[in-house]
Design a protein around this ligand. Structure first.
Ligand code: ATP
Length: 368
Protein backbone atom coordinates (compact mmCIF):
# COMPACT_ATOMS: atom_id res chain seq x y z
CA UNK A 1 0.00 0.00 0.00
CA UNK A 2 1.39 3.42 -0.92
CA UNK A 3 -0.16 6.21 1.11
CA UNK A 4 0.78 9.86 0.91
CA UNK A 5 -0.26 12.98 2.77
CA UNK A 6 -0.84 15.82 0.32
CA UNK A 7 -1.36 19.47 1.27
CA UNK A 8 -3.58 21.13 -1.33
CA UNK A 9 -3.39 24.94 -1.72
CA UNK A 10 -5.65 26.06 -4.59
CA UNK A 11 -4.92 29.80 -3.98
CA UNK A 12 -6.64 32.47 -6.08
CA UNK A 13 -8.44 32.94 -9.40
CA UNK A 14 -8.12 30.08 -11.87
CA UNK A 15 -5.94 28.26 -9.32
CA UNK A 16 -9.14 27.14 -7.61
CA UNK A 17 -10.78 26.10 -10.88
CA UNK A 18 -7.89 24.07 -12.29
CA UNK A 19 -7.11 22.49 -8.91
CA UNK A 20 -10.65 21.03 -8.77
CA UNK A 21 -9.92 19.15 -12.00
CA UNK A 22 -6.50 17.91 -10.84
CA UNK A 23 -8.09 16.52 -7.67
CA UNK A 24 -10.72 14.69 -9.72
CA UNK A 25 -8.01 13.10 -11.85
CA UNK A 26 -6.13 11.97 -8.72
CA UNK A 27 -9.37 10.50 -7.33
CA UNK A 28 -9.83 8.46 -10.52
CA UNK A 29 -6.39 6.92 -9.95
CA UNK A 30 -7.22 6.20 -6.31
CA UNK A 31 -10.47 4.49 -7.31
CA UNK A 32 -8.73 2.21 -9.80
CA UNK A 33 -5.55 1.36 -7.88
CA UNK A 34 -5.64 -1.22 -5.11
CA UNK A 35 -2.62 0.07 -3.25
CA UNK A 36 -2.73 3.83 -3.62
CA UNK A 37 -4.26 6.31 -1.18
CA UNK A 38 -3.80 10.08 -1.03
CA UNK A 39 -4.76 11.80 2.21
CA UNK A 40 -5.50 15.25 0.81
CA UNK A 41 -6.02 18.24 3.05
CA UNK A 42 -7.23 21.55 1.66
CA UNK A 43 -5.66 24.82 2.86
CA UNK A 44 -7.52 27.97 1.90
CA UNK A 45 -4.45 30.18 2.09
CA UNK A 46 -5.16 32.83 -0.51
CA UNK A 47 -5.75 36.53 -1.00
CA UNK A 48 -9.18 36.16 0.64
CA UNK A 49 -7.45 34.60 3.64
CA UNK A 50 -5.05 37.58 3.69
CA UNK A 51 -7.89 40.11 3.60
CA UNK A 52 -9.55 38.35 6.52
CA UNK A 53 -6.49 37.55 8.67
CA UNK A 54 -3.85 40.09 7.60
CA UNK A 55 -1.44 37.32 6.54
CA UNK A 56 -1.21 34.82 3.70
CA UNK A 57 -0.93 31.80 5.95
CA UNK A 58 -1.05 31.16 9.70
CA UNK A 59 2.07 31.83 11.75
CA UNK A 60 2.75 28.09 12.04
CA UNK A 61 1.85 27.42 8.38
CA UNK A 62 5.28 26.07 7.44
CA UNK A 63 5.35 23.79 10.50
CA UNK A 64 1.96 22.41 9.44
CA UNK A 65 3.10 21.85 5.85
CA UNK A 66 6.29 20.11 6.91
CA UNK A 67 4.41 16.99 7.96
CA UNK A 68 3.10 16.42 4.41
CA UNK A 69 4.75 14.32 1.70
CA UNK A 70 4.06 16.92 -0.98
CA UNK A 71 2.27 20.19 -1.66
CA UNK A 72 0.00 20.62 -4.66
CA UNK A 73 -0.30 24.34 -5.34
CA UNK A 74 -2.67 26.21 -7.69
CA UNK A 75 -1.88 29.87 -8.29
CA UNK A 76 -1.73 33.05 -6.32
CA UNK A 77 -2.40 36.70 -7.23
CA UNK A 78 -5.30 39.09 -6.75
CA UNK A 79 -5.65 42.79 -7.58
CA UNK A 80 -6.76 43.54 -3.97
CA UNK A 81 -3.42 42.39 -2.52
CA UNK A 82 0.02 43.62 -3.68
CA UNK A 83 1.87 40.93 -5.68
CA UNK A 84 4.94 41.15 -3.46
CA UNK A 85 2.76 40.22 -0.46
CA UNK A 86 1.17 37.18 -2.10
CA UNK A 87 4.53 36.00 -3.40
CA UNK A 88 6.80 36.80 -0.44
CA UNK A 89 4.38 35.64 2.24
CA UNK A 90 3.33 32.36 0.69
CA UNK A 91 5.26 30.95 -2.27
CA UNK A 92 8.74 32.23 -1.41
CA UNK A 93 8.76 31.05 2.22
CA UNK A 94 7.67 27.56 1.11
CA UNK A 95 10.31 27.38 -1.64
CA UNK A 96 13.10 28.78 0.53
CA UNK A 97 12.38 27.20 3.93
CA UNK A 98 11.80 23.79 2.40
CA UNK A 99 15.03 24.05 0.37
CA UNK A 100 13.16 23.47 -2.87
CA UNK A 101 16.21 24.59 -4.73
CA UNK A 102 15.36 22.81 -7.97
CA UNK A 103 12.61 24.32 -10.06
CA UNK A 104 12.00 21.75 -12.78
CA UNK A 105 10.06 22.81 -15.87
CA UNK A 106 9.57 20.50 -18.85
CA UNK A 107 9.21 22.16 -22.28
CA UNK A 108 7.77 19.57 -24.65
CA UNK A 109 5.84 19.55 -27.92
CA UNK A 110 2.46 17.94 -27.43
CA UNK A 111 0.39 16.08 -30.01
CA UNK A 112 -2.32 18.22 -31.55
CA UNK A 113 -0.72 21.46 -30.38
CA UNK A 114 1.02 23.53 -33.02
CA UNK A 115 3.92 25.58 -31.76
CA UNK A 116 3.91 29.18 -32.99
CA UNK A 117 7.44 28.37 -34.19
CA UNK A 118 6.45 25.09 -35.75
CA UNK A 119 8.90 23.81 -38.31
CA UNK A 120 7.96 20.19 -37.87
CA UNK A 121 10.63 19.10 -35.39
CA UNK A 122 9.67 18.19 -31.84
CA UNK A 123 10.79 20.36 -28.96
CA UNK A 124 11.70 18.40 -25.83
CA UNK A 125 13.91 19.89 -23.14
CA UNK A 126 13.80 20.69 -19.45
CA UNK A 127 14.77 23.77 -17.50
CA UNK A 128 16.46 23.52 -14.10
CA UNK A 129 15.90 26.88 -12.46
CA UNK A 130 17.73 27.71 -9.22
CA UNK A 131 14.90 28.34 -6.80
CA UNK A 132 16.24 29.27 -3.38
CA UNK A 133 18.69 32.17 -3.81
CA UNK A 134 20.04 34.31 -6.66
CA UNK A 135 18.29 37.44 -7.84
CA UNK A 136 15.10 36.70 -5.87
CA UNK A 137 16.38 37.63 -2.45
CA UNK A 138 14.94 39.97 0.14
CA UNK A 139 18.39 41.39 0.81
CA UNK A 140 18.52 45.12 0.19
CA UNK A 141 16.48 48.13 1.09
CA UNK A 142 15.39 51.66 0.30
CA UNK A 143 16.57 54.97 1.70
CA UNK A 144 15.40 58.57 1.50
CA UNK A 145 11.94 57.51 0.45
CA UNK A 146 9.80 60.07 -1.42
CA UNK A 147 12.84 62.37 -1.87
CA UNK A 148 14.61 62.88 -5.17
CA UNK A 149 17.67 61.31 -3.57
CA UNK A 150 15.71 58.09 -2.94
CA UNK A 151 17.73 54.96 -3.58
CA UNK A 152 17.07 51.24 -3.71
CA UNK A 153 19.52 48.39 -3.41
CA UNK A 154 18.52 44.87 -4.43
CA UNK A 155 21.16 42.25 -3.79
CA UNK A 156 21.72 39.03 -5.68
CA UNK A 157 22.90 36.23 -3.45
CA UNK A 158 24.87 33.47 -5.14
CA UNK A 159 26.74 30.89 -3.15
CA UNK A 160 29.09 28.07 -4.10
CA UNK A 161 26.81 25.56 -2.35
CA UNK A 162 23.69 26.96 -4.05
CA UNK A 163 25.22 26.88 -7.54
CA UNK A 164 26.74 23.45 -7.02
CA UNK A 165 23.50 21.77 -6.01
CA UNK A 166 21.40 23.09 -8.91
CA UNK A 167 24.10 22.30 -11.48
CA UNK A 168 24.56 18.80 -10.07
CA UNK A 169 20.78 18.21 -10.07
CA UNK A 170 20.66 19.23 -13.76
CA UNK A 171 23.65 17.02 -14.64
CA UNK A 172 22.28 14.02 -12.72
CA UNK A 173 18.99 14.38 -14.59
CA UNK A 174 20.89 14.66 -17.90
CA UNK A 175 22.91 11.50 -17.26
CA UNK A 176 19.91 9.51 -16.04
CA UNK A 177 17.87 10.45 -19.09
CA UNK A 178 20.55 9.85 -21.71
CA UNK A 179 21.09 13.52 -22.52
CA UNK A 180 24.39 14.68 -23.96
CA UNK A 181 24.46 18.40 -23.35
CA UNK A 182 23.75 20.95 -20.62
CA UNK A 183 23.17 24.59 -21.57
CA UNK A 184 24.01 27.20 -18.94
CA UNK A 185 22.33 30.64 -19.04
CA UNK A 186 24.78 33.36 -18.06
CA UNK A 187 25.53 37.06 -18.32
CA UNK A 188 29.02 37.14 -16.88
CA UNK A 189 30.13 39.76 -19.39
CA UNK A 190 27.97 42.36 -17.63
CA UNK A 191 27.16 40.90 -14.20
CA UNK A 192 30.76 40.36 -13.33
CA UNK A 193 30.63 39.10 -9.74
CA UNK A 194 27.74 36.70 -9.24
CA UNK A 195 27.59 35.42 -12.81
CA UNK A 196 31.34 34.84 -12.96
CA UNK A 197 31.03 32.69 -9.86
CA UNK A 198 28.16 30.84 -11.58
CA UNK A 199 30.24 30.28 -14.74
CA UNK A 200 33.31 29.08 -12.83
CA UNK A 201 31.37 26.48 -10.88
CA UNK A 202 29.32 25.28 -13.84
CA UNK A 203 32.51 24.75 -15.84
CA UNK A 204 34.38 23.05 -12.98
CA UNK A 205 31.55 20.71 -12.01
CA UNK A 206 30.82 19.51 -15.53
CA UNK A 207 34.51 19.09 -16.41
CA UNK A 208 35.43 17.21 -13.23
CA UNK A 209 32.27 15.29 -12.36
CA UNK A 210 30.31 14.84 -15.58
CA UNK A 211 32.96 14.53 -18.31
CA UNK A 212 30.50 12.81 -20.66
CA UNK A 213 28.29 15.88 -20.79
CA UNK A 214 29.01 18.76 -23.15
CA UNK A 215 28.63 22.25 -21.71
CA UNK A 216 27.16 25.07 -23.76
CA UNK A 217 27.37 28.41 -21.92
CA UNK A 218 25.29 31.16 -23.55
CA UNK A 219 24.60 34.77 -22.62
CA UNK A 220 20.95 35.15 -21.68
CA UNK A 221 20.20 37.72 -24.39
CA UNK A 222 21.46 35.38 -27.10
CA UNK A 223 19.83 32.39 -25.42
CA UNK A 224 16.32 33.86 -25.65
CA UNK A 225 16.86 34.31 -29.38
CA UNK A 226 18.06 30.69 -29.70
CA UNK A 227 14.97 29.49 -27.80
CA UNK A 228 13.00 30.92 -30.73
CA UNK A 229 15.41 30.03 -33.53
CA UNK A 230 16.57 26.54 -32.54
CA UNK A 231 14.52 25.22 -29.60
CA UNK A 232 15.05 21.64 -30.79
CA UNK A 233 18.76 21.92 -30.01
CA UNK A 234 18.30 22.09 -26.22
CA UNK A 235 18.27 19.11 -23.86
CA UNK A 236 18.81 20.40 -20.32
CA UNK A 237 19.02 24.12 -19.54
CA UNK A 238 20.33 25.27 -16.15
CA UNK A 239 19.72 28.84 -15.03
CA UNK A 240 19.68 31.18 -12.08
CA UNK A 241 16.40 32.10 -10.40
CA UNK A 242 15.59 35.17 -12.54
CA UNK A 243 16.89 33.83 -15.85
CA UNK A 244 15.15 30.48 -15.25
CA UNK A 245 11.87 32.22 -14.46
CA UNK A 246 11.89 34.17 -17.71
CA UNK A 247 13.16 31.28 -19.82
CA UNK A 248 10.44 28.97 -18.58
CA UNK A 249 7.60 31.31 -19.57
CA UNK A 250 9.26 31.66 -22.96
CA UNK A 251 9.61 27.87 -23.05
CA UNK A 252 5.94 27.41 -22.36
CA UNK A 253 5.09 29.99 -25.05
CA UNK A 254 6.96 28.06 -27.74
CA UNK A 255 5.13 24.80 -27.05
CA UNK A 256 1.60 26.12 -26.86
CA UNK A 257 1.17 28.44 -23.89
CA UNK A 258 0.90 28.73 -20.15
CA UNK A 259 -2.17 26.52 -19.88
CA UNK A 260 -0.01 23.52 -20.77
CA UNK A 261 3.09 24.12 -18.63
CA UNK A 262 3.70 22.35 -15.31
CA UNK A 263 6.47 22.87 -12.79
CA UNK A 264 7.97 21.20 -9.75
CA UNK A 265 9.78 22.89 -6.85
CA UNK A 266 11.91 20.05 -5.58
CA UNK A 267 13.90 19.37 -2.44
CA UNK A 268 15.94 16.48 -3.91
CA UNK A 269 17.05 15.18 -0.50
CA UNK A 270 13.36 14.74 0.47
CA UNK A 271 14.14 16.32 3.82
CA UNK A 272 11.18 18.67 3.23
CA UNK A 273 8.03 18.36 1.10
CA UNK A 274 8.34 19.43 -2.53
CA UNK A 275 5.73 21.62 -4.20
CA UNK A 276 4.06 21.15 -7.59
CA UNK A 277 2.33 24.01 -9.41
CA UNK A 278 1.48 25.22 -12.91
CA UNK A 279 3.81 27.82 -14.43
CA UNK A 280 0.85 30.16 -14.90
CA UNK A 281 -0.55 32.50 -12.29
CA UNK A 282 -4.11 33.21 -11.18
CA UNK A 283 -5.06 34.82 -14.56
CA UNK A 284 -7.61 37.33 -13.20
CA UNK A 285 -8.77 38.14 -16.75
CA UNK A 286 -10.33 34.70 -17.20
CA UNK A 287 -11.00 33.72 -13.56
CA UNK A 288 -14.64 32.76 -12.89
CA UNK A 289 -15.36 32.14 -16.57
CA UNK A 290 -14.67 28.40 -16.32
CA UNK A 291 -12.51 28.51 -19.45
CA UNK A 292 -9.04 28.01 -17.92
CA UNK A 293 -7.07 25.08 -19.25
CA UNK A 294 -6.46 22.63 -16.37
CA UNK A 295 -3.69 20.68 -18.16
CA UNK A 296 -0.77 22.54 -16.50
CA UNK A 297 -2.23 21.80 -13.08
CA UNK A 298 -3.04 18.17 -13.90
CA UNK A 299 0.43 17.64 -15.35
CA UNK A 300 1.90 19.21 -12.17
CA UNK A 301 0.03 16.53 -10.19
CA UNK A 302 1.69 13.96 -12.49
CA UNK A 303 5.13 15.41 -11.65
CA UNK A 304 4.17 15.07 -7.98
CA UNK A 305 3.36 11.38 -8.37
CA UNK A 306 6.65 10.84 -10.18
CA UNK A 307 8.51 12.50 -7.31
CA UNK A 308 6.63 10.32 -4.79
CA UNK A 309 7.86 7.20 -6.57
CA UNK A 310 4.73 6.42 -8.63
CA UNK A 311 6.12 7.03 -12.11
CA UNK A 312 3.58 4.44 -13.34
CA UNK A 313 0.64 6.64 -12.31
CA UNK A 314 2.35 9.79 -13.54
CA UNK A 315 2.69 8.16 -16.96
CA UNK A 316 -1.02 7.31 -16.97
CA UNK A 317 -1.89 11.00 -16.52
CA UNK A 318 0.54 12.16 -19.20
CA UNK A 319 -0.72 9.50 -21.64
CA UNK A 320 -4.28 10.67 -20.98
CA UNK A 321 -3.36 14.34 -21.59
CA UNK A 322 -1.60 13.40 -24.84
CA UNK A 323 -4.55 11.27 -26.02
CA UNK A 324 -7.04 14.09 -25.41
CA UNK A 325 -4.85 16.57 -27.28
CA UNK A 326 -4.18 14.15 -30.14
CA UNK A 327 -7.88 13.44 -30.53
CA UNK A 328 -8.48 17.21 -30.61
CA UNK A 329 -12.21 17.03 -29.80
CA UNK A 330 -11.96 18.78 -26.44
CA UNK A 331 -9.91 21.98 -26.41
CA UNK A 332 -10.07 24.99 -24.13
CA UNK A 333 -9.99 28.51 -25.59
CA UNK A 334 -6.22 29.02 -25.11
CA UNK A 335 -5.53 26.14 -27.52
CA UNK A 336 -8.20 27.04 -30.04
CA UNK A 337 -11.40 25.41 -28.74
CA UNK A 338 -14.41 26.25 -26.63
CA UNK A 339 -14.46 23.52 -23.99
CA UNK A 340 -14.82 24.42 -20.31
CA UNK A 341 -12.27 23.70 -17.61
CA UNK A 342 -14.48 20.91 -16.33
CA UNK A 343 -14.95 19.33 -19.77
CA UNK A 344 -11.18 19.21 -20.29
CA UNK A 345 -10.67 17.68 -16.82
CA UNK A 346 -13.40 15.11 -17.47
CA UNK A 347 -11.91 14.18 -20.86
CA UNK A 348 -8.55 13.47 -19.20
CA UNK A 349 -10.20 11.44 -16.42
CA UNK A 350 -12.09 9.43 -19.07
CA UNK A 351 -8.85 8.62 -20.88
CA UNK A 352 -7.37 7.33 -17.63
CA UNK A 353 -10.43 5.14 -17.06
CA UNK A 354 -10.01 3.84 -20.64
CA UNK A 355 -6.41 2.82 -19.84
CA UNK A 356 -7.65 0.74 -16.89
CA UNK A 357 -10.42 -0.79 -19.03
CA UNK A 358 -7.87 -1.80 -21.68
CA UNK A 359 -5.63 -3.30 -18.98
CA UNK A 360 -8.52 -5.30 -17.49
CA UNK A 361 -9.52 -6.50 -20.92
CA UNK A 362 -5.96 -7.69 -21.63
CA UNK A 363 -5.76 -9.42 -18.25
CA UNK A 364 -9.08 -11.19 -18.79
CA UNK A 365 -7.85 -12.42 -22.20
CA UNK A 366 -4.81 -13.98 -20.51
CA UNK A 367 -7.05 -15.90 -18.10
CA UNK A 368 -9.63 -17.09 -20.61
P1 ATP B 1 -0.51 36.42 -11.91
O1 ATP B 1 -0.36 37.85 -11.55
O2 ATP B 1 -1.21 35.62 -10.85
O3 ATP B 1 0.77 35.77 -12.36
P2 ATP B 1 -1.27 36.96 -14.60
O4 ATP B 1 -2.59 37.06 -15.29
O5 ATP B 1 -0.41 38.15 -14.56
O6 ATP B 1 -1.51 36.36 -13.15
P3 ATP B 1 -0.72 34.42 -15.67
O7 ATP B 1 -1.86 33.94 -14.87
O8 ATP B 1 0.53 33.66 -15.53
O9 ATP B 1 -0.40 35.89 -15.36
O10 ATP B 1 -1.16 34.32 -17.18
C1 ATP B 1 -1.08 35.32 -18.20
C2 ATP B 1 -2.25 35.11 -19.16
O11 ATP B 1 -2.19 33.83 -19.79
C3 ATP B 1 -3.57 35.12 -18.42
O12 ATP B 1 -4.02 36.41 -18.29
C4 ATP B 1 -4.45 34.25 -19.26
O13 ATP B 1 -5.08 34.97 -20.27
C5 ATP B 1 -3.49 33.24 -19.86
N1 ATP B 1 -3.49 31.98 -19.10
C6 ATP B 1 -2.71 31.66 -18.05
N2 ATP B 1 -3.00 30.45 -17.58
C7 ATP B 1 -3.98 29.96 -18.34
C8 ATP B 1 -4.73 28.74 -18.34
N3 ATP B 1 -4.51 27.77 -17.47
N4 ATP B 1 -5.70 28.60 -19.28
C9 ATP B 1 -5.93 29.56 -20.18
N5 ATP B 1 -5.26 30.72 -20.24
C10 ATP B 1 -4.31 30.94 -19.32
Amino acid sequence: MTEFKIAVIPGDGIGVEVMAEALKVLSVLEEHEQDFVLHKENFEWSSDYYLEHGRMMPEDGLVTLQSYDAILFGAIGDARVPDDVTIWELIMPIRKQFQQYVNFRPVKSLPGITSPLSNGDDIDFVIFRENAEGEYSNSGGRMFETQHSEMAIQNTIMTTAGIERIVKAACEYAEKNGKKKVTSATKSNAIIHSMKLWDEHVKRIIKNEYPNLALESIYIDALVAYFVQRPQSFEVVVASNLFGDILSDLGSGIVGGLGLSPSANINPEKQFPSMFEPVHGSAPDIAGKEIANPIAQIWSAALMLDHLGRADLSAKIINAIESVLLEGKIKTADIGGNATTEQMGAAISDKIIEQYAIKEDEESKIWT
